[in-house]
Design a binder for this molecule. Structure first.
Ligand code: GDP
Length: 361
């Protein structure tokens, strides 16, 4: 599986509610090929308005969207880094995700216990972030010890690694997340070896009540997210869960009646996609299908997403942009305007490219 986002947060903040909404949105996609959903892992189609528009022009019904995976990582509590509440197991799961969706409770409901007593999003964020920081420190301290032994046995490269590790440790010691430490490219490679949690991109997701807009809390989280170079979104998890269970048409009608263009869930998925620095390209040789690559991927690597033979035997790619297709109304129209391009192996795929790969194996 490709790219995934882990949903984390204190207990009773609405993680499972949001995760269930995501999973049931995924399970409802009839033409969706890989819908196996495990209890805490859900593969979710990425909403993409371009797909329908391209499909209409090319006469392709039921286009296949691309997907990302969400993982519900329950069980983070204060003291997790010291093993509280199966802490280390859960931290181990977070270590494996590509990006983090940190759910913060902004709804008050006296029937649902708040683990820290009352609604206070910044305090809750700090509790979780402290556990993540402590967990990364433990990993780095162990690595530091190992490297110290290696320098003593005369391994030269170890001393450079120690200097990078120690810079990271002193940054964490100040209570800061590693993703905000500026590192050289080559230092980033060293950091990447350790699966550090606080190095991952983060989206703070405020879970609000149906009937109340807690502006004060939301502003504080938004400001915090900005200062932390993270993303911010608010949604009502409970409402999203209800909407996600409606059949397609009813869902659209419901959103229209509420004056909304898209559900909060759709925005959440879209931001998750951006967080991972992902882009979509399309193939239309048989079905119209969207594919995901990281920004900066070359044409042959992108071809390999569809079939390994396409990458192995890559000759060139014929490419038009989705905007040109919409503008000129057909592939002929795009070709007549000289905008159907032929690109070689150094071409970097752009978001919205419609691609036909030519290959020979
Ligand atoms: P988790 O422990 O973070 O996974 O939390 P859950 O998703 O299990 O939610 C805990 C409880 O809070 C459940 O009873 C949910 O129905 C409830 N809940 C979730 N979101 C909301 C909300 O927006 N408003 C209210 N009143 N309850 C919610």
């Amino acid at each position: 599986m490709g790219f995934n986002c882990g949903v984390i947060g204190l207990p009773n903040v609405g993680k499972s509610t949001i995760f269930n909404a995501l999973s049931s949105a995924g399970a409802q996609m009839a033409n969706y090929p890989f819908c196996t959903i495990e209890p805490n892992r859900g593969i979710v189609p990425v909403p993409d308005k371009r797909l329908q528009e391209i499909g209409k022009i090319l006469g392709k019904n039921d286009p296949i969207p691309t997907k990302i995976e969400f993982i519900d990582v329950a069980g983070l509590v204060r003291g997790a880094s010291k093993g509280e509440g199966l802490g280390n197991t859960f931290l181990g799961h977070i270590r494996q995700v590509d990006a983090i969706i940190h759910v913060v409770r902004c709804f008050s409901d006296e029937n649902i216990i708040h683990v820290t007593g009352n609604v206070d999003p910044l305090r809750d964020i700090e509790i979780i972030n402290t556990e993540l920081i402590l967990s990364d420190m433990e990993v780095l301290e162990r690595a530091d010890e190992k490297m110290q032994k290696q320098t003593r046995s005369g391994i030269k490269e170890a001393s450079h690694r120690i200097s990078v590790i120690e810079r990271m440790l002193s940054h964490l010691n100040e209570g800061k997340l590693l993703k905000n430490l500026s590192l050289e490219e080559e230092e980033k490679k060293i950091a990447a070896e350790f699966g550090l949690i606080t190095n991952k991109p983060v989206l703070y997701c405020a879970n609000i009540a149906e009937n109340e807009m807690p502006d004060d809390h939301l502003n504080k989280i938004r400001e915090f997210a900005d200062s932390d170079h993270s993303r911010f979104i608010y949604i009502c998890g409970k409402l999203e869960e209800e909407i996600s269970e409606l059949p397609g048409d009813e869902k659209r009608e419901y959103l229209e009646a509420m004056g909304l263009k898209e559900s909060g869930l759709d925005r959440l998925i879209a931001i998750g996609y951006e967080l991972l620095d992902l882009i979509s390209f399309y193939s239309a040789a048989t079905d119209l299908q969207a594919w995901t690559v990281r920004r900066g991927t070359s044409a042959p690597r992108a071809a390999g997403k569809i079939h390994t033979d396409f990458e192995r035997g890559f000759i060139r790619a014929e490419i038009m942009s989705w905007e040109d297709l919409l503008k000129y109304g057909s592939e002929h129209g795009v070709r007549d305007h000289g905008l159907l391009r032929s690109e070689g192996k150094d071409y970097i795929i752009e978001d919205g490219d419609i691609v036909r790969f030519l290959f020979n194996v």
